[in-house]
Design a protein around this ligand. Sequence first.
Ligand SMILES: Nc1ncnc2c1ncn2[C@@H]1O[C@H](COP(=O)(O)OP(=O)(O)OP(=O)(O)O)[C@@H](O)[C@H]1O
Ligand SMILES: [Mg+2]
Length: 254
Amino acid sequence: MKHIVLLNPKGGCGKTTIATHLAVYASTMGLRVALADHDKQQSSHDWLKSRPRRCADIAAIAAYDGVSLEGEFDVMIHDMPGAAVSTAHSIASVCDKLIIPITPSPIDIKAALRLWVTLSNNGWLDNTSMNIGVIANRVKANTKYLKTFDSFLTRTGLPRIATLRDTQNYIKSLDAGLTLFDLPPGRVANDLAQWQPIMEWTGLFDLEDEELLSMMGLEDDVQPSDDKFVSLESMNYEQQQEEDAMDEYSGELG
Ligand SMILES: Nc1ncnc2c1ncn2[C@@H]1O[C@H](COP(=O)(O)OP(=O)(O)OP(=O)(O)O)[C@@H](O)[C@H]1O
Ligand SMILES: [Mg+2]
């Protein structure tokens, strides 16, 4: 079983959002998936309970209650709490892929630097069987802090595996017990494209598989976004259009 862990003591950086998305994606790929919620706030579990019945099956593991991390699964996604890293030591030994979501703001970058020092002091960075990658999350158009963020990456040597923009699509879909992967791909194609490198890095996605690409609406003409955002005005316009479509879809869901 592969273990993918979402870790960053900084609250609100996107651990639950990314954990739920990975769980749905892996499940729709036909993998047996467990979502282990280590956070006493139980956000992942609340989201799982709110999921429409027709959606892909994901097993819930109440790790916050000490439930054991066992079972016949292909992949287990761990949603860690916004708390001290010491709470995560027990899973360091099983972790294959450690994902650190970071919002590129000065305060979050400083906290991430502390996290990196803690991981280093505790030997996480020496564990050669674990890959560590960073996701820049909630990235706003033309943000000036990406340079600071990139300096952080250079200093720590951590790779940025993806950049996810700041969009209400995440907030609205999670509120409906869904993720972007549960929506018609055409409605959120730009955002899905930003997930492509994450799937590649986690090994959940085969970039050579053209059938998968077209299933996700990720044909050749939609490339993963990089940091060279279009102008703020056109991005806002595009975003507004997508959010209107999302509102319409949420309305259809009731
Ligand atoms: N890319 C994004 N764009 C817009 N909103 C986002 C994005 N990612 C996450 N959010 C929103 O930010 C808030 C915090 O995200 P989330 O709950 O995933 O963070 P977390 O790291 O799990 O927080 P905690 O440490 O409190 O558990 C949520 O309301 C979520 O919907
Ligand atoms: Mg959370």
